[in-house]
Design a protein around this ligand. Structure first.
Ligand code: T1G
Length: 686
């Protein structure tokens, strides 16, 4: 804290994002008290050093006992200030950071600032008075929008909303805030507290059906999530209750939410997504990559090319089939036009992005590339032949990446002169949309090739998760086990639609059989060798390839959603009978336990083998690549919440030879350890 003339400037400096930890709260509180007691001080300015204003409460503190001074106490100190306080905001003013600014009397923002209430992303609500002050300052409609969408608003929109009073160039922020403080102090007016505002919450200013409608929308969009429902109750209280009663309700509901499994799960995923950026033991720096080549203009190659172009790379897309190149150009052009239509891109930017993808039938066009990604057909012989050619064309330093999803990367790398520059970049379809990339570290992959691949993921706004080499890597290998567990349930009396319904009510967008019908059952079917040995073979033999054939595990005659099929039920019952296994009904919980147990058990094996680096990495793979519901935290986190002993029991019930209990799972059950925080060589926190 320093005093400029008669203005006290309180600067928070707590990198990396000035999170409002206990120490920061204590510092701000005592500085405000001191400034109010200092007769020379007429007004205060609060500002932050570094890249941003406070980006919220310190997430690491959640789940522990409330630490004094609490938010309520700190905000109370600001509320008690008789001298005007101006918040000088820059960077990302989020959550508790925004709430602190709302407890100040005036807000000046730097150009480029974003402001928001992202608490529901953590299964929480704005718990430092935000649900009561926001409606008073910007109206309940806008407040509800910000809180329920968790979207960030840019400074200009914040000015239009009345969330900030002025927007100034960054280098003028401190000066402008001090000038505002002096002006306000000189006006001799009493401080303008947001809590005292009432005009925008007056009954005639609030749409009568605002909260009913908000609840209806929620019941359609996210019926299972607690935090949004609690947020509506609080904002409604801002309109129906006195300020302090509203704050009391907010605090009560906040502390209820902070202990829920949903919030713990969402906080786990937040931390896990930051941890994957730092693979243990890796510290090499990424290379500067400008030009990237992609070989294969099929669905994956075209999607990868667009993801690279979106990130600003110069892209060289190569395919010996001119037709494929033209089709990929047409689909890229159509996509960019749709983005123009949605106002996401200008015409000029769309043209520039399209033009940033060069297309050629010649491999030599890749000569100047820093990185080349092959995305050709999933056949080892074809990939190896191509990689040999690429190796000859490229400079010695260039990195060679394979988008293989199942093949042995080390075997592919064996055809490259220097295998240390080979890495796997396993994108998920559609590659320009799906956020997950499994970054496959081969036996010889160099640290800087790995660092460069992770940096490319960061630039493409993808979540790169480092995995080792094995068939199916982390995601697909676990998926295979889940599919086998589901198929085993069919032989014990369950029906495909019962299994899907259980996973959908758990939070997945679709179950394994709906997924098979979407992808097409014939993708993995071999017409030559088919012998009615499995339910899937029989369905394919009957032409039930899935949605595209109008029938698969479901009938699609009536709707795209698919209806349970009596014909399929008969086929399933036939196989079940012939399996000689006891037939019985399975409830949704038991189905979920069985399928999760298959996932978790395989995940534990992947950790034991060092293919996965940490339990939380596996959760990131499933949340970003397989639609695992974020508010469930991922399979490993879910297992900890459900009880590893219960998971182990479900694994034993699977009775599938390849899925015997993983040693790690058995060990953690006996030690009382946790899978989600498990990291080989790092003591596990029970
Ligand atoms: N608390 C603690 N650490 C945080 C943090 C936070 N709020 N935000 C970021 N970090 C750490 C993060 O773990 C990483 O650390 C480093 O900062 C850089 O983050 C009472 C209840 C601000 C937009 O939800 O959205 O306030 O991994 O890698 O991509 O009502 O971080 O390097 O050790 O993400 O540039 C509300 C969360 C909290 C914002 C920057 N606030 N943060 O993104 O960097 S709840 C949020 C973000 C609350 C009140 C309530 C982003 C960012 P490390 P990063 P980035």
């Amino acid at each position: 804290m320093q005093t400029r003339g008669s203005i006290s400037v309180i600067e928070v400096d707590s990198p990396p994002v000035n999170a409002l930890s206990r120490d920061v709260r204590a510092g701000v509180s005592s500085a405000v008290v001191a400034a109010n007691e200092d007769p020379d001080v007429v007004a205060l300015v609060i500002t932050c050093a570094g890249r941003t204003w406070m980006a919220g409460a310190d997430i690491k503190e959640f789940g522990g006992p409330p630490l004094e001074p609490t938010f309520t106490r700190m905000i109370g100190v600001l509320d008690g200030s008789v001298k005007p306080i101006v918040a000088a905001v820059h960077g990302t003013a989020l959550g508790g950071g925004l709430e602190l600014a709302l407890a100040c009397h005036h807000r000046v923002a730097a150009t480029g600032t974003v402001l928001g209430s992202p608490e529901i992303k953590l299964g929480l609500l704005p718990g430092a008075g935000g649900t009561q002050r926001l409606p008073r300052l910007i109206g309940p409609v806008a407040a509800l929008d910000l809180i329920l969408t968790a979207r960030n608003v840019a400074a200009d929109e914040a000015l239009a909303l009345g969330l900030v009073d002025a927007v100034v160039p960054s280098d003028e922020l401190r000066r402008a805030a001090i000038a505002t403080a002096l002006e306000v102090a000189a006006s001799g007016q009493p401080v303008r507290r947001v809590r005292d505002l009432s005009e925008r919450i007056a009954p005639d200013a609030v749409p009568a059906d605002l909260f009913t409608e908000a609840r209806m929308n929620l019941s359609r969009s996210t019926p299972d999530l607690l935090a949004p429902q609690y947020c509506i109750r609080c904002v409604e209280a801002a309109v129906t209750m006195p300020f302090d009663d509203g704050v009391a309700l907010e605090r009560e509901l906040f502390y209820e939410l902070v202990d829920t499994s949903q919030s713990r799960a969402l906080r786990h995923v937040f931390a896990a997504e930051r941890r994957v950026k730092r693979p243990p033991g890796e510290s090499a720096s990424a290379r500067d990559v400008q030009a990237v080549g992609v070989v294969g203009a099929g669905t994956m190659g075209s999607g990868i090319a667009m993801a690279l172009a979106d990130a600003g790379y110069r892209v060289h897309l190569v395919d010996s089939d001119r037709g494929a190149l033209e089709r990929s150009d047409t689909s890229a052009a159509a996509r960019y036009q749709r983005m123009v239509g949605r106002g996401e891109l200008s015409e000029a930017a769309a043209r520039a992005r399209r033009d940033s993808i060069g297309r050629s039938e010649e491999l030599v066009s890749l000569r100047a590339c820093d990185v080349v990604i092959e995305a050709v057909v999933e056949r080892s012989d074809v990939k190896k032949a191509l990689l040999r050619q690429v190796d000859e064309v490229l400079g010695a330093d260039a990195i060679i990446a394979s988008n293989t999803s199942t093949l042995d990367l080390d075997d592919l790398a064996s055809v490259i002169g220097d295998p240390s520059r080979v890495i796997g970049l396993h994108f998920f379809s559609p590659a320009h949309i799906m956020t997950l990339v499994e970054v496959v570290r081969g036996r010889h992959t160099s640290p800087d090739a790995l660092a460069t691949a992770l940096d490319m993921c960061r630039r493409m706004n993808k979540t790169g998760v480092v995995v080792g080499v094995c068939p199916g890597f982390v995601g697909n290998r676990m998926l295979l086990r889940r599919t086998a567990a589901a198929d085993a349930l069919l032989l014990q009396g369950a029906m495909p639609w019962e299994i899907d319904a259980a996973l959908v009510s758990f939070g997945f967008k679709m179950g394994p059989y709906q997924m098979s019908d979407l992808i097409g059952l014939d993708v993995l079917w071999n017409r030559e060798t088919t012998s009615s040995a499995t339910i899937r073979e029989v369905l394919c033999e009957q032409g039930r390839f899935g949605q595209k054939a109008g029938a698969g595990f479901y009938d699609y005659a009536e709707s795209r959603r698919g209806a349970p099929s009596e014909q399929v039920a008969d086929i399933v019952r036939g196989f079940a009978r012939r399996s000689g296994q006891t037939q019985r009904a399975f409830g949704p919980d038991e189905i979920v336990d069985r399928l999760m147990a298959a996932l978790v058990n395989e995940g534990a094996k992947l950790l034991d083998e060092g293919i996965a680096t940490r339990g939380s990495d596996i959760d990131v793979v499933w949340v970003h690549g397989y639609g695992f519901p974020r508010h469930r935290g991922g399979p490993m986190f879910f297992a900890d919440e459900r009880g590893l002993d219960r998971m182990l029991a479900s694994v034993e019930e699977l009775g599938i030879p390849e899925q015997e209990p993983a040693p790690l799972l058995t060990r953690l059950v006996s030690e009382g350890g946790r899978l989600a925080t498990y990291e080989p060589g790092v003591p596990s926190s029970g």
